[in-house]
Design a protein around this ligand. Structure first.
Ligand SMILES: Cc1ncc(COP(=O)(O)O)c(C=O)c1O
Length: 467
């Protein structure tokens, strides 16, 4: 009746083997509904196992509804409407990948950081310290807004480096800009009319933005505030210190215009995304707009994605004091999305001055790479216009070409090179005369930059000036 065997030396316990065997016999209709199963003693004798083992298997089958027990009569196969579950053979299957993960020979992505320069030894030391008994309380749920220790360090950093005065109570930590922006919008009002820089970065997928997003042009002075003033937007998302992706810095005049625009109605707010402002190569650091905000209209947003690593998934926003209460009302059910251990590793790393040191070191490394890119283009490709080169880990290169940006991107891809066109960052269809690409240098080796650029130019058939 039961056509399976039990293996005594198998890693799967006997009772579980028995349970699986009977369950399979039921789901495969080898045991029909209503059939009486052998008594515990009969089955124990049959398989030469203990009655306790049979009892364990039967109670599991009972609990899952495969069999029923009739007192003093026995166990019977139960009718099952649909199979509770099917044994999976996922491990043996070739799984079809849902995302494309291409390996590139050369990666000019602007989102990459220098992997070789990461301070693994120091990070590991803090990780080891924290992942130990004295920190066992971190196994429990932490504060909703993020760990207080980390919020203190972020407040200190903002004061010293970005000219922002804030209390840790105004800071909310989360796992990335994409996760935090919807929270901010909920705090402000779900019906907000949202304006975005065009071109710009959108933490909400473009197809979900739909009618929500009001595109506002960007020029060399940053977002065009006159255009914003003519719309019905009440919230604007901007990158004033280093406009993404053009690299423009919001001019002093536009800053004042923008703050005045926000002050005109109680529901107007500016979301300042300070991404990529840490690495500046020309002039002094650009102070955050939030530092000028006397009317509590700027929500400051930043991330450790570029300054430390994208995989850390730690970002944060700073609310004006007037919005803290609203945050608490809306999110009193919400747990922090960043693991507590990671938060404490980062807090200790910052407290002991390693974050500031790391930024200084990375600024020097990225400056060298940045200067190398500029040098290669000015020495060999003077026909190419460079812009957005005052900060960050990418520059913009623009040139005339008979092929479209898409075609050029495709040619690069076929040759194992990853590079993204400016058109990727527009919310609306745009027509501009020069082909423009974001050339990221974050994770390129310094000595590879020149040959990598030549290789790209060669496949795009852009001639080299011979010097
Ligand atoms: C302007 C801007 N902000 C934020 C991010 C990403 O931030 P996070 O990794 O915290 O989601 C990007 C990524 O390209 C960006 O361009």
């Amino acid at each position: 009746m039961l056509f399976f065997q039990l293996q005594k030396d198998h890693t799967i316990p006997l009772y579980e083997q028995l349970y699986i065997g009977i369950k399979n016999a039921i789901t495969n209709n080898q045991l029909a509904v209503g059939v009486r199963l052998p008594s515990k003693r009969e089955l124990a004798d049959f398989f030469n196992i203990s009655q306790t083992t049979v009892e364990l298997a039967y109670s599991q089958l009972l609990a899952e509804g495969y069999i029923i027990s009739k007192p003093r009569v026995g166990y019977f196969v139960e009718e099952i409407d649909s199979l509770p579950y099917r044994q999976s053979d996922i491990a043996n299957k070739e799984i079809k990948k849902t995302t494309e993960t291409l390996e590139y020979k050369i990666d000019f992505s602007s989102a990459k950081i220098d992997e070789d320069a990461f301070p693994f030894t120091i990070w590991r030391k803090y990780a080891k310290d924290v992942l130990d008994r004295p920190f066992k309380h971190l196994l429990q749920t932490g504060e909703r807004q993020g760990e207080h220790a980390l919020r203190i360090e972020i407040a200190n950093y903002l004061h010293q480096s970005r000219g922002i005065e804030c209390d840790p109570e105004q800071i909310v930590i989360g796992s990335g800009t994409e996760q935090l922006l919807p929270m901010i919008l909920k705090i402000l009002d779900t019906n907000s009319q949202l304006a975005f820089e065009n071109p710009g970065y959108s933490p909400i997928p473009r197809h979900q933005l739909g009618q929500l997003a009001i595109p506002i042009s960007v020029d060399t002075d940053g977002i065009v505030v006159e255009q914003l003033q003519k719309t019905n937007a009440n919230v604007v998302y901007i990158t004033p210190s280093h406009q993404f992706p053009t690299g423009a810095v919001l001019s002093a005049n536009r800053r004042t215009q923008l703050l005045n625009w926000a002050a005109k109605a109680p529901d107007r707010f500016i979301i300042e995304d300070d991404y990529d402002s840490e690495f500046r190569y020309i002039g002094k650091p650009i102070p955050a707009l939030r530092g000028l905000d006397v009317n509590d209209r700027v929500i400051y947003l930043s991330t450790f994605t570029k300054s430390l690593m994208p995989s850390l998934r730690v970002a944060f926003f700073v609310l004006p004091p007037t919005l803290v209460q609203r945050y608490q009302e809306h999110f009193n059910y919400y747990s922090s999305t960043v693991p507590r251990f990671e938060q404490h590793i980062l807090a200790k790393f910052m407290k002991d001055g390693h974050f500031a040191k790391h930024l200084n070191r990375m600024r020097k490394i990225y400056r060298k790479k940045h200067d190398k890119c500029i040098e290669v283009f000015s020495n060999h490709y003077p026909q190419i216009t460079i812009s957005g080169d005052s900060a960050g880990t990418n520059i913009l290169v623009a040139f005339r070409h008979e092929k479209s940006e898409r075609e050029l991107q495709q040619v690069a891809r076929q040759n194992g090179i990853h590079i993204l066109p400016l058109s990727n960052y527009y919310l609306t269809e745009q027509h501009y005369s020069k082909r423009t690409f974001l050339l990221g240098f974050g994770n390129l080796q310094l000595h590879d930059i020149e040959p990598n650029i030549h290789q790209l130019m060669e496949i795009w058939e852009i001639s080299k000036k011979l010097i």
